[in-house]
Design a protein around this ligand. Sequence first.
Ligand SMILES: Cc1ncc(COP(=O)(O)O)c(C=O)c1O
Length: 380
Amino acid sequence: MPYLDHAATTPLHPDVLEAMLPWLQGGFGNASSLHRDGRRARGAVEDARRRIARHLNAEPAQIVFTSGGTEADNLALRGTVGRGQALVTSEAEHEAVLKTADALEADGRTVVRLRPDDAGAVSPALLARTLAAMPRVALLSLMHANNETGVLADLPALAAAAHDAGALFHTDAVQSAGLLPIDVQALGVDLLTASAHKFYGPKGVGLLYVAPGVDLDPLVTGGAQERGRRGGTENVAGIVGMAHALDLAAARRDETNARLLALRLRLLDRLTEALGGRFVLNTPLHRSIPSVLNLAFPPNPSPLDAEMLILGLDLEGVSASAGSACTSGALTPSHVLLALGLPRETAAAAVRFSLGSSTTEADVDTAADALVRVLARVDR
Ligand SMILES: Cc1ncc(COP(=O)(O)O)c(C=O)c1O
């Protein structure tokens, strides 16, 4: 039963579970308590923070633990864009950024949403032109790897354009963290979001990297945890699990990525052989994370819809996704594919396969054959 939806979430790695268990059983102390149990929990949290910071080429104090990617995106945007200031983002961001931008706009901030280029990422030249014409931009928020198409943005160039305009730069690296090395210094970012459940860690824990000197208003107020930037008792087991998952991802990165690239190509070759020009390829193969393959199906002659394809694949035992556009259950075309310029009917009929570390050649062959059968049933 091939699970090809790793961009939605990944299974918890057994070694990560093992690293977490002591903190769910005997080591239940509150990391803020002064006694021995509390100090042990504090030690585990700070050890995890140091390990995670090292992976990102950051200092431990620059890591703020959150409940996941959505909260970290909210913290980055709401924590830095003040009243009367502007936020620049793109039409192809994840809802965690787009909906937060909508809320900030409704609350009086200026929001500009840039259109991505043909490959799906914002061009640094367009960004520089936009910023030259805009006063009071506090923050740019542009994702590293797109969750629907996998396209990668040129972060160093985008961050440089932000800094030239005196703005901060945030990136949502939820889809790239774990898969790609993330060096916050080399990327030039001021704020960066990651989420453990996308790299074989537990759900409900993530982080925001915050560069020195960034003035960040807390989103969750309460206790003084996370240096006053995020109140609430720390999720000790989750934080330990996230550090362990990142250690494992880094240790096997090259081997995993080589495998993923080969498997993605095999999937595409098999589909191309069976379907010829029946689909549009939405993933730029030379500028994307290696795990994602996004295809859309133009009307043939009647339009298809993604839900029909995903449920058809599900009946065949294959878990895939239509991207994040289908989560509401409504047949709305993907906002990312519309931003790429796809016609509505084609954008509403996209399938995203996302491969993972346990995906095999047999999995991708099964998935390709299943999709061919589903299309044969639904094409009219
Ligand atoms: C690009 C991106 N950002 C943010 C999120 C939200 O992360 P979380 O599920 O940890 O809240 C996701 C999850 O799908 C994502 O793909």
